[in-house]
Design a protein around this ligand. Sequence first.
Ligand code: FMN
Length: 179
Amino acid sequence: MKVLTVLASPRKGGNTEILVDEMLKGAQQKGHITEKVHLYDCEILPCLDCRGCKRASSGYTCSLSDGMREIYARLEEADIIIFATPVYWYGPTAKMKLLIDRLRPYIASRKLAGKKGLVISPSEEGASCCGPLLQMFAMSFDYLGMVNAGSLLAKAYEKGEIKKSPEELERAKEMGRSL
Ligand SMILES: Cc1cc2nc3c(=O)[nH]c(=O)nc-3n(C[C@H](O)[C@H](O)[C@H](O)COP(=O)(O)O)c2cc1C
């Protein structure tokens, strides 16, 4: 199966990416094809609520022309989508929120329906602060008809700190193997 990660930390090699890479190693061990997109390298304009994507005449596609064109194609090809973001103010990073807002065409087209969605999120406080973030993803997956395949929440603050928690890295790899 194809596993796509949309990675929304501005820190390359930070805690989010380390956890993602472990999960993808596990997925690769099981023969899955994996791909990772750094959202901070992509131009993602904000949704303008033009509602063009709700019209059949647009083919239920977004009228904005930016880096999402490529990301839309990858999302549609994937069987499993990993949404990876550090916790910023009890929610996702702004870049992840830009991506989520731009998933609106899939409300009408249903092109994400049936795909599995997972969340990876490190934070300073750990799992206890992730309720709002998880609820947002769970409700959004449900609205899009996606299957909520769970989450990996971990406690880490400094860049790369998660490497000091081998049990978290193993947990990530095991989740990858079990996709
Ligand atoms: C703007 C900003 C807001 C943050 N908000 C929270 C927060 O609400 N709760 C928390 O536990 N950690 C918060 N953090 C800490 C990050 O989630 C944490 O450092 C994380 O490990 C960063 O992941 P990264 O290394 O992949 O960038 C915040 C960090 C930043 C820069």
